[in-house]
Design a protein around this ligand. Structure first.
Ligand code: FAQ
Length: 329
């Protein structure tokens, strides 16, 4: 097992003998399902893993607003526009809860955001794909929020208290997003023109594989999973969650009357799961390296937003200072 872990780049876990007394106590708390809070002692690697994961998660929420934001001015009805604006606003809120959870670990929000803007920080690969038609907005809600929920429902039980509590609130809102996306696609499939139906199928064709990639590399190529599972930061593996998403989503796809671009997809009665084809991991790693269709555009848009908003932040600080001076006078 160890040889295999080293070979695939997966990090080796410390044995109990290699742990310090503090590390052993910490692991016992985790094993007893006691949440770790900001003021508790924690191994530095636990802290750094959480800062990495929570900051990437927060960046994903914020960058995730961009592909949908492109459609606010082009939503087909007032109802759809209001729904979309509310959803995008929710994503901003999720980013804020998550940055706050990250700050409880001693990380600095501005420095983490600066890493996003310099292209150093990761965010979910899915947001580096374009949203080409209105049907993509429905497909993002259904597939992308759907995949996000499968992952996040489990994270509600993550071992770090502030992250776990943020996830409870986020999950409630994400399930609304998933349903509104699905309802949008169902409306197009049931009442739309042939052109609209084709748009839905095309959106699913383009977003299906990137949605499966959201769960991360397969377990044997996931360097962080073994330690994150031992610390109960992650409660289920990347492959387990990906399989759950597929099993949950295919019956919904059948109700829509659509298909996925995977000839290998079929129900396996023996396993009690859907079998599916090989994910194009080369594409996934290229997107992570910054070579996806929209990586440069997304980061440039974020940078521009920060520059354009500088005067608002300066005004807010000046106002707060003036108020403070008045109060102390
Ligand atoms: N994209 O060893 P692992 C949303 C990186 S929220 C980019 O398996 P880990 C809401 C990974 O960070 C979507 N990078 O890593 C919404 C690691 O990099 P590093 C975001 C990825 O952390 C909807 C390396 O590969 N959700 O969509 C991806 O144990 C609609 C090795 O991977 C979360 O962030 C990827 N897909 O497991 C918003 C959930 N996958 O730092 C707007 C929280 C892996 O070692 C509109 N995060 N990487 O260089 C997690 O659960 C985990 O971090 C995983 C990855 C499962 C994503």
């Amino acid at each position: 097992m160890y040889a295999q872990l080293v070979e695939t780049g997966v990090k080796r876990l410390k044995t109990e003998d290699e742990m310090s007394a503090q590390e052993r106590d910490f692991q016992q708390r985790i094993d007893a399902e006691i949440k770790i809070e900001a003021k508790n002692w924690m191994p530095d690697a636990y802290r750094q893993t959480l800062i990495r994961q929570i900051s990437q998660h927060a960046h994903s929420e914020i960058v995730g607003m961009l592909p949908e934001g492109n459609w606010v001015t082009r939503a087909p009805t007032l109802k759809r526009k209001l729904q979309l604006m509310a959803k995008i606003q929710d994503e901003a809120g999720h980013g804020l809860y998550l940055y706050s959870a990250m700050e409880t670990l001693g990380a600095d929000r501005d420095s983490e955001i600066a890493k996003l803007h310099s292209g150093k920080a990761k965010y979910s690969s899915i947001f580096n794909y374009p949203t080409l038609t209105w049907a993509d907005v429905g497909a993002v809600g259904w597939l992308v929020d759907g995949a996000a929920i499968v992952n996040q429902v489990v994270l509600q039980r993550t071992s770090y208290g502030p992250y776990s509590r943020a996830m409870i609130r986020i999950c409630k809102e994400e399930s609304f997003h998933q349903r509104q996306g699905y309802e949008m696609l169902l409306t197009m499939m049931r009442h739309g023109t042939q052109v609209q139906k084709d748009m839905v199928q095309d959106a699913i064709n383009r977003l299906w594989w990137p949605s499966l990639m959201m769960f991360g590399p397969s377990d044997e190529h996931s360097p962080n999973s073994a330690q994150s599972m031992a610390w109960k930061i992650k409660r289920q593996s990347n492959d387990e969650l990906r399989q759950r998403f597929i099993d949950q989503t295919i019956p919904q796809l059948q109700v829509l009357g659509c298909s996925v671009p995977d000839p290998a997809l079929q129900w396996n009665a023996e396993r009690g799961h859907y079998d599916f084809g090989e994910i194009q991991w080369e594409e996934f790693y290229q997107v992570l390296k910054g070579n996806g269709p929209c990586n440069q555009e997304r980061v440039a848009t974020r940078r521009q937003a920060i520059e354009d908003g500088a005067w608002v932040r300066a005004a807010a600080v000046a106002h707060a200072r003036k108020k403070h001076l008045k109060n102390v006078a």
